[in-house]
Structure formats: C-alpha cells, structure tokens
Write a protein that binds this ligand. Structure first.
Ligand code: PPE
Length: 318
C-alpha cells in the first residue's frame, strides 16, 4: 500500500507509522469493529468526497447495531476526514474510518472496553484493476454462503463479518478468478465479496433486494439512481444463480471497486464477453458524477476545500 503522512486517531493527527494499537485490543481478538470505505476524487471543485454524509451515517448505524457508542459527533468525523485529506495533500484517495473496541478489557462482553476511532486515507487504485474496469472481470460463485441475518447483521459493515468475504475471496483466487459471488442462505444471488451485483436481461436491470443479506451499498444506490435518471427502473428481486448464466450483462458496484463489468461467471462468458451498453452507460455516468462533471450529481460531492474556497469568495455549488 501507498502510505500517506498522517492518520487521524481519536481526535489527533499522528504520523502514519505511529498509528499503532495494543495487541490486546478487543477488536483484534473478536472482530469488534465497524468501518467504512469512502473515496475522494479529483474533481473540478478540487478534491471532493463522494457521498460523504451517507458513509458517515452508515458508520454510526453499524456501530449502533453492535452497541458501540462512537465518542465523536458525525460532523466531527466528517470534518476530520476533510482535514486529513487536506493535510496529507491528497487529491484522490480511499478513506478508511474505523471504530473499534480497544485495549483494556478481554472476554466477549465488550461494553466495558473503550471505543477507539481512527481515519486513514491513502491512494488506492481501483480494486479490481483498471483492466477489470475496462474489460470486465472473471467471477466465480463461491461455495461459501453470505452471512445470514440468523447469525449476524448483514447490513452492518463490521470487521468480524468480513471473514466471510475473506473465505470466499481466497477460494476463488486459488481457482484463478478475480472475484467471488456469494449466494445467500436461501441460495439466491447476494453480492460480491466487497461489491453489490446487478444483472441485465432483455433491457431490464435487476439487483437483489435489501431483504436478502446484502450490504446496502452506497454505490448500489448510486447505480439505481443513475439508471432511473436515464429511464431504467432497477428491479429489486430474488435472482437465481442460473440467471447469471442467461444474463446479457452483469456488473458490480462498490467504493473500492467502483463500477466493474463481469465478463465471465463460472466459466460462462457473459453475452459476447464485452461489457454491455447498460453497464457502460452506468459506468460512464458514474465516472462523470464522481469527478464532478455531471451537474445533476454535484450534491453528492463534499469538497475538501469548501471552507477555504468560500473564504476566497468562490462558490462551490453549481
Ligand atoms: N458488499 C460488501 C460485502 C462490501 O464490502 C461492499 C463495500 C459493498 C457491498 C459495496 O458497498 P458500497 O461501497 O457502500 O457501495 N466494500 C468496501 C470494502 C472493500 C475492501 O476490500 O476493503 C469498499 O468497497 O470500500
């Protein structure tokens, strides 16, 4: 990874290499952490964080679901993130806020352990590669099922839950594929190891609904809105594994991955093997939106230098 200079840790900026935790931190043993993946893009408004408030809100939602009080206000986390990007001199980066049960208490009862919060930001290229974004990735259905709401809370973005994604990712990687698709406990298509999934057939776009065990992805919502704006209502429904093999197009969405076409699934080529027109359309509008080139979506950008620009007499809204 590409280190930057500073990390925000419990209210202070510390050097990247000094952002350390104790080996007896609760989260290290029991996965008691909640986190976010957020991206900042180089836009016409300067560096700007994409759908920042939604990510902050989801962080607090995840924390609440695991009875973890975050000892900061949402606005403090948002401002700390903007300042972190500015102080690191980053124009575009991936941002990882995490709240975790820290050092001081062992055993499964976590409520007496302190809650630490850190935010890191560094340059991170598209998760599944530039080539993946352009030409599509090869995906495989994992034999591991996505965690079910019988045991955990799929809608929370919690550290321990990611062992599920890690198993799926390792399994398909060892078989030579780029990404894993997980089915839910009922056998319906659920999502990728770190992305939501969309399936196109006969001009219709479908995606698993929130009642399946998906993480309610912010980029999933973005793709749904973009498609609606060009006249296609995304249908939320159960999708069977076999439908993946009949699809005209499949694509994935996620903060780290962005919008990525799937060109092969379980050794079946998706249509011609070329990313399809609806995938391309969502992808290109998404790229315009995150880079501030589409006026309609300017409201999704939280400019890092808004305060400074306002002071200089510039306006930030379109
Ligand atoms: N499902 C899962 C399981 C998931 O981890 C992510 C994000 C999504 C769906 C898409 O959510 P959203 O980013 O809000 O559109 N995965 C994050 C972590 C990836 C990682 O490898 O770390 C991310 O993309 O930041």
């Amino acid at each position: 990874m590409q280190p930057s200079e500073l990390i925000w840790m419990n209210g202070e900026f510390v050097k990247w290499e000094d952002a350390q935790v104790h080996v007896l931190s609760h989260a290290l043993h029991y996965g008691t952490s909640v986190f976010e993946g957020v991206r900042c893009y180089d836009t016409e408004l300067g560096p700007a964080v994409f759908r920042h408030q939604e990510h902050v809100d989801r962080l607090f939602k995840s924390a609440g679901l695991y009875y973890m009080p975050i000892p900061f206000e949402r606005e403090e986390i948002r401002q700390a993130t903007l300042e972190l990007i500015a102080r690191n001199g980053l124009r575009q980066c991936y941002i990882r806020p995490i709240a975790f049960r820290g050092y001081g208490q062992m055993g499964l009862f976590p409520l007496d352990a302190p809650v630490d919060v850190t935010i890191a930001a560094w340059e991170w290229a598209s998760y599944l590669g530039e080539d993946g974004k352009r030409n599509g990735v090869r995906a495989k259905t994992s034999s591991w099922r996505r965690i079910s709401p019988d045991s955990l809370i799929p809608h929370a973005k919690a550290g321990g839950q990611y062992l599920n994604s890690v198993l799926a990712k390792i399994e398909v990687h060892k078989s030579g594929y780029d990404e894993a698709i997980l089915l839910d406990s009922h056998g319906h298509v659920c999502e990728g190891s770190g992305e939501n999934i969309f399936v196109v057939r006969d001009g219709k776009i479908s995606t698993p609904s929130e009642t399946s065990s998906i993480l309610d992805g912010i980029n999933r919502r973005t793709a749904v809105k973009i498609a609606a704006d060009f006249g296609i209502e995304v249908v939320e429904r159960n999708i069977s594994r076999a439908e993946l093999y009949l699809a005209d197009e499949i694509f994935l969405t996620g903060t780290a991955a962005e919008v990525v076409p799937v060109r092969e699934i379980d050794d079946h080529v998706v249509a011609t093997g070329e990313p399809g027109p609806l995938t391309r359309q969502v992808q290109s509008i998404f790229e315009d939106a995150v880079h501030g080139r589409d006026e309609r979506y300017r409201g999704w950008l939280d400019p890092v230098h808004a305060g400074e620009r306002a002071a200089a007499g510039e306006t930030t809204s379109a």
